[in-house]
Design a protein around this ligand. Structure first.
Ligand code: KIV
Length: 287
């Protein structure tokens, strides 16, 4: 890059798996969160469609549109100079024709400037993955608990608990790897199943609620920093409570305004003595 920042690439991410170095990934949805995540040194930023829930206030990711994803991806990529930015394809944007899926994936890269796209689903996505990769679009898979299918799955439940489900996850992961994905997210899966899948795959497996036996971890920014996220799933570790810090700061501001102790003299601009005299006449207080 012109400013000397070394951008993380798909090959850096693959090398981390080969070297046994855990890959760090976190979501971000706007310029300030992406800037903070990048400054913290995280390898990969995911513009997750979880933005529907943590930023837009929906109760699932289903209402999120391509326009929402492009808009938020643009903001994130303006901040991320080093981290590898992956953007989610939202609900139904890749379930029509392969051409439509490639076109939408291309929009996240061409308009949003993402470096890769992520899509939820198993081996049925193989033809789309192959076409995207042929078109130069790196793809991350996402299996296990796939939130866009929450109503079909009957809720946000752990997946792959029995042998049949675990084998199905492995088959999906292998088929997607053969189709060309360069990494895969495994969500809400027993740790033992994760370990088996991570061992059988050459590509990095990034877990969320999938234990420590994979090649990296991803969490939602708002959950990690405690930013107005009401539910804390078992697999989340909260490292801060910025929601409380923000609430206290805003309440302090509101109290100061009500008491007229804000703005204080140091926050106020002053007119010249001459102008004050002309405005108010001699001896008239400015307050
Ligand atoms: O949308 C999202 O944030 C995700 C993560 C949960 C992996 O897909």
């Amino acid at each position: 890059m012109a400013n000397g920042t070394k951008q993380i690439t798909t090959s850096d991410i693959r090398k981390k798996k080969e070297a046994g170095i855990p890959i760090t990934m976190m979501t971000a949805y706007d310029f300030p969160s992406a800037k903070l995540v990048e400054e913290a040194g995280v390898d990969m930023i995911l513009v997750g469609d979880s933005l529907g829930m943590v930023v837009l206030g929906y109760d699932s990711t289903i209402p999120v549109t391509m326009e929402d994803m492009v808009h938020h991806t643009k903001a994130v990529t303006r901040a991320a100079k080093r981290a590898f930015v992956v953007a989610d394809l939202p609900f139904l944007s890749y379930h029509g024709t392969v051409e439509e899926g490639v076109k939408n994936a291309g929009r996240l890269m061409q308009e949003g400037l993402a470096k890769a796209v992520k899509m939820e689903g198993g081996q049925e996505l193989a033809p789309l993955v192959t076409r995207c990769v042929q078109a130069g679009i790196p793809v991350v898979g996402h299996i296990g608990l796939t939130p866009q299918s929450v109503h079909q799955l009957g809720g946000y439940k752990v997946q792959g608990r029995d042998l049949e489900q675990a084998q199905r996850l492995l088959e999906d992961a292998l088929a997607l790897q053969a189709a060309g994905i360069f990494a895969i997210v495994l969500e809400c899966v027993p740790e033992e199943v994760t370990g088996m899948i991570a061992k059988k795959l050459d590509i990095p497996v990034i877990g969320i609620g999938a234990g420590v036996t994979c090649d990296g971890q991803v969490l939602v920014f708002h959950d990690v920093v405690g930013y107005a996220s009401s539910i804390t799933p078992k697999f989340v570790k909260r490292y801060a409570d910025i929601g409380e810090t923000i609430r206290e700061a805003v309440a302090g501001y509101a109290q100061d305004v009500e008491k007229r102790s804000f703005p204080a003299p140091e926050h106020v601009f002053r007119a010249s003595e001459e102008t004050i005299k002309q405005l108010y006449g001699e001896g008239v207080a400015t307050k």
